[in-house]
Design a protein around this ligand. Structure first.
Ligand SMILES: [Ca+2]
Length: 137
């Protein structure tokens, strides 16, 4: 009986969460899922913090870092007729930029687990050198 109650509480809590969560958050997770799938990112590397600061600022209700803002701009510019492919089109447009101006491209940062929207977050220099050897431009 106790186990049944626990399951029931979890089901009610889950229902509450999925109905109360704002739609934009769900849409953004869809972007992350799309890009993570495209890059074959591990769950460890597919983090909301790639785009979001998590800081509640009045200036940006989406709490986007500089990479997230570049991505959002590219997303708005992606053709509407591309529909579900728009996140990937937008990502392709910003992946080789260095949004946070730390000398490392957005794609390199994402693939190596550092933050493309934070200049104080950079990949380990040896791992970056190895990545660049394995992914020549
Ligand atoms: Ca960075």
């Amino acid at each position: 009986m106790r186990k049944y109650q626990s399951v029931l509480v979890l089901a009610v809590a889950f229902s509450f969460v999925i109905t109360v969560l704002p739609a934009p958050a769900a849409a953004k997770k869809q972007f992350l899922k799309s890009i993570a799938g495209h890059l074959d990112l591990s769950e460890e590397l597919a983090k909301c913090s790639i785009c979001h600061t998590g800081k509640d600022t009045e200036a940006d209700a989406d709490h986007l870092n500089v990479f997230g803002k570049d991505f959002r701009k590219a997303l708005k510019e992606a053709p509407a007729k591309a529909k579900d492919a728009r996140p990937l089109i937008a990502f392709e447009a910003v992946k080789d930029l260095d949004s946070d101006h730390d000398g490392v491209t957005n794609l390199e940062e994402i693939m190596l687990g550092s933050n493309p929207g934070d200049p104080n977050s950079k990949p380990d220099p040896e791992k970056l050198a190895e990545y660049r050897r394995n992914h020549p431009k």
